[in-house]
Design a protein around this ligand. Structure first.
Ligand code: THF
Length: 277
């Protein structure tokens, strides 16, 4: 995870002081990219412990097309609670756009089903894309997340908004554009999530895994994460763990939490940090 730590250090030492929507304040850089070879292991931060169960459940929740936090909370995951309504709704966020993008006539587009079919049938295609940026469903920035959900809009516009996969020499690589990335809390989740998703798609399409590439727009460290970032930078990274998927489910929608095993994850202790809402 050298690339991640270098980006953390660069942001901490050279980032511009910049205000933000949450009022917390950040150090920020614009336009950065990090990449990981999935053959070298699962790119999971080792300089602090990550809650991999939150990451796996969040990904399975996206794939279900679910946008209510009930499934997450039932599984002990609370990372989306801050933005939900009293009934747990987040509006048409990730899962809704991935599985049920609404066309002008009310028709539904399942981008995940189309993605798998596309990779299987036409691996060389340059259109293996999932987009979360549905302009018609974006929230009104002058309203609260809950008010936006009540109006049928997203609670928050997607941060990880454009995915693309690429097949060459029997290997599947994944790329993700993140418009706004919380380097301390969000980035390690997003990287690990893309890696696991790419492993699942590769398994379904009988491919090996290649690389993942994360491209970031506003790359920032919140002011109340500076001390935590410094602690992490003093730690020596450890060997990357390995992802084992214990069976091959019938489809991309049939994976269960228990199908995933992460072996050899021996990180430094967890470092807690407040989430900016
Ligand atoms: N808002 C902000 N400010 N940062 C984000 O990374 C972010 N997201 C999602 C939506 N809004 C965001 C939510 N994702 C944690 C991690 C990811 C989140 C939200 C919260 C978090 O607090 N992680 C703790 C452990 C909490 C747990 O797993 O129970 C950690 O220490 O990693 C970016 O997609």
């Amino acid at each position: 995870m050298k690339q991640y730590l270098e980006l953390l250090e660069e942001t901490l030492t050279t980032g511009c002081l910049k205000g933000d929507r949450t009022g917390t304040g950040t150090k920020s850089l614009f336009g950065r990219q990090i990449r990981f070879n999935l053959q070298a292991g699962l790119p999971l931060v080792t300089t602090k412990r990550l809650h991999t169960r939150s990451i796996i459940h969040e990904l399975l929740w996206f794939l279900k097309g679910d946008t209510n936090i009930k499934y997450l909370n039932d599984n002990g995951v609370s990372i989306w609670n801050e933005w939900a309504t009293e009934t747990g709704e987040l509006g048409p966020v990730y899962g809704a756009q991935w599985r049920n993008w609404k066309g002008v006539e009310g028709e539904s587009y399942d981008q995940v089903t189309a993605l798998i079919a596309g990779i299987k049938n036409n691996p060389d295609s340059r259109r293996h894309i999932i987009s979360g940026w549905n302009v018609a469903d974006l929230p009104d920035e002058t309203k609260s997340p809950q008010e936006n959900v009540a109006n049928g809009k997203m609670a928050l516009p997607p941060c990880h908004l454009l995915y693309q996969w690429y097949v060459a020499e029997g290997k599947l690589s994944g790329s993700l554009y993140i418009r706004s990335n919380d380097l301390f809390l969000g980035n390690p989740y997003n990287t690990c999530s893309l890696a696991i998703f790419t492993h699942m798609i590769a398994q379904q399409c009988d491919l090996d895994v290649g690389e993942i590439i994360i491209s970031i727009g506003d790359c920032h460290l919140y002011s109340n994460h500076f001390e935590q970032a410094k602690i992490q930078l003093q730690r020596e990274p450890k060997a990357l763990p390995e992802l084992i998927i214990k069976r091959k489910p019938d489809s991309i929608f049939d994976y269960h939490f228990e199908d995933f095993e992460i072996v050899g994850y021996d990180p430094h202790p967890h470092i807690s940090a407040p989430i900016a809402v």
